[in-house]
Design a binder for this molecule. Structure first.
Ligand code: ATP
Ligand code: MG
Length: 776
């Protein structure tokens, strides 16, 4: 064989090179962030190819995302100095399993053209089975069962294998319905997402010949981000590798962040048992980050008890310390980061000018993105959202906006089309065609067409009833927005704008109205009932949308703002700042990283803090570690003293992870608005009246921290005015405060509506979350 140049080997350190050149037998590369695991894995593929050990189609290589797969293909091509054509088996577990399952579908009683169900279809199917089993799906939601079944599938459990310990699941009917569900899927020639792996594991377990064929075929197996594989994925890999044992897995237990989706970090520990004599490579040199950044990350992750433990070092230059800054609120945080990015681009911040693609903002929760997107759209800073649509392009935000648009302008037919059957109202294509036709025939808007169609009995039954409710709702919300009609006696007055006001003050603020629209239309409940992993995020985005209305006078003003900022955005091909969640940032690196929203309840998440035990909190801490270790040169962590929750200002405590940052490697920055100078924005005096940041525990902790780091003290504190509460529970007679109506006493409570006798405004019914307790 002609010797081919192997320049990629020269780029590796001895430990990496070892792992790359040891092509046969099991290899486990267990190493911290930025130590070149992915680089070594890529070099290994190049080595397999250039030594002629394997052809491209004989290498099975699993990455965590499709984006990572594309990048790896490109990198291999670069290392070999030619495009890496035909690496058909380089992809995610799911993309590889779909291909395999299509070839062998008949072995699990499917046809090769099976369909992959989406969540909606999956739920509809489950609901039918639940009804047939006479279970009350109010008490036992279908989504709950869907979650349980997903979990079983992640653990590679077919219905006959679910352990007795789970027999009580879903009112003791879980296993039975799971079995029926699988049967139903087969009858429909369909699979759900979890089936892709489950079926492949089943096929390999029951058809030795098929397994043997792939064991010969995939001569070398490589797995990146191994710490996040679940049991089904693990079994599948183990079956394939059993014969030749040419499997190389790379991972980092400290970066296991998908436990909530069934990933088992224990798979790393099992590797050495399942593949005795595995060659274990530990890499300790980090090539990505400066010593300060590395020290900060290492110090934070040290707080976790359950870890294998490893130290990282770097010989990079010291660089800048990790920067820490506190802001007044989330908007201020976004404004400041926008200015920083401007300065970095211009070369006045940091050691050199930065290009926009060198900068990333990594958030804990996707609803945080909204503030940045708004700010960046306003100042014309190009950005892209990785791993998901941008805030105003998200499905739930577009749906909600369509409702708002319809309330503001009932003639908005596009908006009507979008939401007429969202949430599902039993209005199929036929009913929607009837509405269209009726509207056209009468020359009216779709809403009016729908009204006529229902009045004339053209749409009947459940759908008709639901449609009637929607139309009535839209009219009611529109009236709430306008306020009560005021009769004007003088008929001679023409309403040319100078006429007396014909509508009184609306009884609810536009913020309350928005919440009412989302609740009464059933849209909020639609996502509350959904038990998929994305559902909580969608609900948070909706809350964020409502929160944001506080910045506007009314719904119209808000809708105008959105259409303007969205119009501002022209798709440019140039460099852009990346915004993404911490989860989506796994495996990536950027010269400059911003980590906003480090506040208890946001990061770590409230859920992880409420949990007993440390499991959830440790996963959050690993997420913090992932975040910090994405940064190469500049890492900026920030938090806000106030966040709006349910439209109310809340004091926020700096994240407990901030306490874990090592003092020597952190520089605390002083924002002009909070220390020294005057308030950062004009609105701040009012906000100060709404929430008292200076007396908050979070603020005091920050003060203490400032003392610890020896920087300046805040200006004089102010007096408490209101203490905002997030989820209000009130008692009769309690004194409360409402932003619009002022002070009053609770005289009745009905679900989440509270009747209040306001001192100035009189008797009103308001939504409880817009009230705050006033216990003075
Ligand atoms: P993560 O755990 O975050 O996925 P990783 O261990 O996969 O990190 P890589 O992304 O492979 O790390 O490498 C991190 C950075 O270090 C990359 O920019 C890579 O090019 C560089 N790097 C890795 N190994 C070396 C080396 N031996 N010499 C120079 N640079 C290296
Ligand atoms: Mg990697």
């Amino acid at each position: 064989m002609a010797a081919r140049p192997m320049p990629y080997l020269d780029e590796l350190n001895p430990a990496q090179r070892d792992a790359v050149e040891r092509l046969d037998g099991p290899v486990l590369m267990l190493a911290g962030a930025g130590t070149g695991k992915t680089k070594a894995l890529t070099a290994r593929i190049a080595h397999l190819l250039s030594t002629g050990r394997a052809r491209p189609n004989e290498i099975l290589s699993v990455t965590f995302t499709n984006k990572a797969a594309r990048e790896m293909k490109n990198r291999v091509g670069r290392l070999l100095g030619q495009p890496a054509e035909g690496m058909p088996w380089l992809g995610t577990f799911h993309s590889i399993c779909v291909k395999l399952l299509r070839r062998h579908a008949e072995l699990v009683d499917l046809k090769s053209n099976f369909t992959i169900l989406d969540t909606d279809d999956q739920l509809r199917l489950l609901k039918q089975l639940i009804q047939a089993a006479n279970i009350d799906d109010k008490r036992w939601p279908a989504r709950m069962l869907a979650g349980i079944i997903d979990d079983w599938k992640n653990r590679a459990l077919t219905p006959d294998k679910v352990p007795a310990a789970d027999a009580g699941a879903y009112n003791h009917k879980g296993i039975e319905i799971y079995a029926q569900y699988q049967t139903r899927l087969r009858e429909l020639n369909a699979v759900d997402f979890g089936d892709l792996l489950l079926h492949m594991v089943t096929i390999f377990q029951t058809h030795q010949d098929v397994l043997a064929q792939y064991q010969r075929w995939f001569r070398y197996i490589l797995v990146d981000e191994y710490q996040d594989t679940n049991v089904a994925q693990y079994l599948w890999l183990r079956l394939l590798a059993r014969a030749h044992k040419n499997i190389c897995c790379v991972g980092d237990d400290d970066q296991s962040i998908y436990g909530w989706r069934g990933a088992e970090v224990g798979n790393i520990l099992r590797f050495e048992k399942d593949f005795p004599g595995a060659y274990v490579v530990r890499l300790e040199q980090n090539y990505r980050s400066t010593p300060h950044i590395l020290a900060a990350a290492s110090n934070v992750i040290r707080g976790n008890e359950s870890r294998l433990g490893k130290e990282l070092w770097t010989d990079a230059q010291d660089g800048e310390k990790v920067r820490l800054i506190g802001h007044w609120d989330g908007e201020e945080e976004a404004r400041w980061i926008g200015e920083e990015i401007d300065a970095m681009q211009g070369g006045t911040r940091g050691a050199r000018p930065f290009n926009l693609d060198e900068i990333a903002i990594l958030v804990r929760a996707s609803h945080q993105m909204r503030a940045f997107e708004d700010r960046f759209l306003t100042i014309g800073l190009p950005y892209k959202v990785i791993g998901g649509p941008r805030f105003y392009e998200r499905m739930e935000i577009r749906d909600a906006m369509a409702y708002f648009r319809l309330v503001v302008s009932p003639g908005d037919d596009l908006a009507f089309e979008r939401i007429v059957n969202t949430p599902k109202r039993g209005l199929g294509d036929k009913a929607q065609q009837t509405i269209q036709m009726t509207a056209r025939e009468n020359g009216v808007s779709l809403v009016d067409g729908a009204r006529i169609a229902v009045d004339n009995g053209l749409i009947k039954g459940k759908g008709g009833k639901a449609l009637r409710e929607l139309i009535d709702g839209l009219a009611r919300w529109n009236a709430m927005m306008r306020g009560p009609k005021i009769e004007v006696d003088d008929d001679s007055v023409i309403d040319d704008g100078t006429a007396p006001k014909r509508f009184g003050e609306p009884e609810v603020s536009h913020i309350e109205l928005a919440q009412i629209i989302l609740d009464e239309s059933g849209y909020t409940a639609h996502w509350q009932n959904e038990k998929t992993p994305e559902a909580p995020g969608r609900l948070e985005n909706l809350k964020e949308l409502v929160n944001q209305l506080d910045n506007f006078e009314n719904l119209q003003g808000f809708l105008e703002h959105v259409s303007l900022v969205m119009d501002n955005e022209k798709e440019s091909d140039g460099a852009k700042v990346s915004i993404m969640t911490l989860h989506a940032a796994k495996g990536l690196e950027f010269p400059a990283v911003f980590l906003p929203g480090w506040e208890d309840g946001l990061f770590p998440s409230q859920r992880s803090m409420d949990e007993s035990g440390i499991k959830g909190l440790e996963e959050e801490r690993r997420l913090a570690y992932v975040g910090i270790t994405r940064a190469e040169e500049i890492c900026t962590i920030s938090f806000a003293a106030n966040r709006r929750v349910f439209g109310q200002w809340q004091n926020a405590m700096p994240s407990r992870f901030i306490d874990e940052l090592p003092e020597d490697h952190v520089e605390v920055l002083t924002p002009p608005g909070l220390y020294g100078g005057g308030p950062p924005t004009a609105g701040i005096e009012t906000r100060a009246a709404e929430a008292n940041v200076y007396n908050s525990p979070g603020w005091r902790r920050l003060q203490a921290r400032q003392g610890q780091y020896g920087t300046s003290q805040p200006r004089e504190s102010r007096n408490t005015v209101i203490d905002a509460t997030a989820v209000a529970s009130f008692t009769l007679g309690e004194r409360v405060f409402h932003q619009k109506f002022g002070y009053g006493a609770v005289i009745g409570i009905e679900g989440d509506k509270v009747e209040v006798d306001f001192e100035k405004a009189g008797l009103k019914k308001v939504v409880s979350r817009f009230l705050s307790a006033k216990d003075d």
